[in-house]
Design a protein around this ligand. Structure first.
Ligand code: MN
Ligand code: MN
Length: 453
């Protein structure tokens, strides 16, 4: 019997066949990353994957029967995927996997376009926790929708194709940065300076001739006017593709690993795992701004859906919830030796050591955290051991340095055992984040083991 606990390196434990599975899996993950940079695109991509596996659209009030494979598309920004299993859900409950599909980014304001110094710009309002200077001098793409009064919606996706133009936020040259360099980072980089260059050719003789030129292009290309931006959701995201990192290609860099790197394994585990359990897989919006609103996990919709499932099985919804269990699949911070003092060495996720469980999140003494029960974690330990999952535990960082939250507490609040589990990420919330491929595949295996057991 092993008396000491040691983390294991997934690559070191893996044979050649397992290494090949890790790398093959991440090739498919890269396609998801490049096609699904926003919540709306993630929903579309996920639906295209699950429809190939026979999943059908469902709306609240529709009939549910044992064996059904259904999905509820919540306003194009959230997705509930249901596999109605054979087992009695009053006894076995429902296996719930939830990850979020929104990532930190720059949203356009509702009146975004203006002109200054012969240049047209879009004003932005940042979404989620960003370091503002990260977004300067990198290529940006614009993704989103413009909803028209007619009820029609115009899709925007520009900056991803190699032939597309990109968009750009300027920075001050180092030669003239003496004043900025002596400021704090939060004083030196202001949100209202995150303005995106979108044009420079004047059209006509008006004072705002460059702005007019941009509006003409937008009208020709999309049939929209400046007023139409009042009902638009357009997001500026890095115009970069996912790329392998390192001579051995162990790492994968991309925009939006948080939380695509958990959302994608959720989907694949749901589609590939044989089980008689009922499985509800959720792709949620608005996690990065507190899970608010009717596409976030604080919305009553999850309870409505659980009630409908319980009704279909002739079960009491309260009994079903009490028997259910959930993995809140969200990323955690990976130990970074260049910033070692931000972490506590024994209790932090390590790259390539597998998907990482956070028993609790929160800040200042676990405040605001779902602190998962020891008994629930023990049952997951048994399932992971049975299915050969290499996994680890960690905390977000050193106690009292900062903290963060996830959707876990909102699921736990409706009386469902819930724990956080996700891939350790380096440079989390940067425009281009880094993960170990071993950990991505480990997440897939862990979520699969969770569904099965
Ligand atoms: Mn996250
Ligand atoms: Mn996040």
């Amino acid at each position: 019997m092993e008396l000491t606990y040691k983390r294991k390196n997934v690559f070191a434990e893996a044979d050649d066949a397992e290494i090949k599975r890790i790398f093959d899996y991440c090739e498919e993950y890269k396609k998801y990353l490049d096609c699904a940079k926003t919540e709306r695109e993630s929903v579309k991509y996920a639906i295209s994957l699950i429809e190939k596996h026979g999943y059908k659209p469902y709306a609240l009030g529709d009939k549910i029967a044992k064996g059904d494979k259904l999905y509820l598309n919540n306003r194009g920004k959230g997705l509930f995927i249901l596999r109605a299993g054979k087992k009695d859900i009053a006894k076995h409950g429902i296996r719930i996997l939830v990850a979020h599909i929104d990532s930190p980014r720059l949203d356009l304001k509702q009146v975004p376009l203006y002109e200054k110094a012969d240049t047209a710009y879009f004003k932005t309002h940042y979404y989620g926790g960003i370091k503002k200077y990260h977004w300067l001098t990198i290529p940006l793409a614009l993704h989103g929708v413009i909803a028209l009064k007619s009820g029609k919606t115009v899709d925007i996706n520009i900056g991803e194709d190699d032939c597309d133009p990109v968009f750009y936020i300027t920075d001050l040259l180092p030669h003239l940065s003496q004043e900025i360099n002596s400021k704090t980072i939060s004083d030196g980089f202001k949100a209202e300076n995150l303005n995106i260059v979108v044009g420079g050719i004047p059209v006509g003789k008006d004072a705002d001739a460059v702005k007019s030129g941009v509006l003409k292009i937008l009208n020709d290309k999309y049939g929209v006017t400046e007023e139409d931006f009042l009902s638009a959701e357009i997001e500026a995201v890095p115009a970069v593709k996912a790329r392998d990192v390192g001579f051995d290609r162990a790492f994968l860099a991309s925009y939006g690993h948080d939380d695509s790197v958990c959302a994608y394994p959720e989907i694949t585990a749901t589609l590939e795992t044989k089980t008689d359990e009922t499985v509800l897989t959720i792709l949620a919006d608005k996690e990065e701004i507190g899970s608010e609103g009717n596409t976030g996990m604080q919305c009553v919709l999850i309870s409505d859906i659980l009630n409908e499932i319980a009704k279909a099985y002739g079960a009491n919804p309260a009994v079903v919830r009490a028997a259910s269990r959930c993995i809140s699949a969200d990323v955690t911070a990976a130990y970074d030796p260049d910033y070692a003092s931000a972490f506590e060495e024994n209790n932090v996720g390590r790259v390539s050591h597998g998907v990482c469980m956070n028993k609790f999140t929160g800040a200042r003494g676990k405040s605001g955290s779902n602190d998962a029960s020891a008994e629930y974690i023990a049952s997951l330990r048994a399932a992971f051991e049975k299915e050969g999952v290499v996994w680890q535990t960690g905390e977000l960082g050193r106690v009292d340095l900062g903290g963060g939250g996830t959707v876990a507490k909102y699921i736990a609040n409706i009386n469902i055992d819930t724990v956080d589990m996700g891939v350790p990420v380096l440079s989390m919330h940067a425009p281009y984040e880094l993960v170990s491929k071993a950990d991505v595949y480990s997440a897939h295996k862990a979520f699969s083991a969770f569904i099965k057991n």
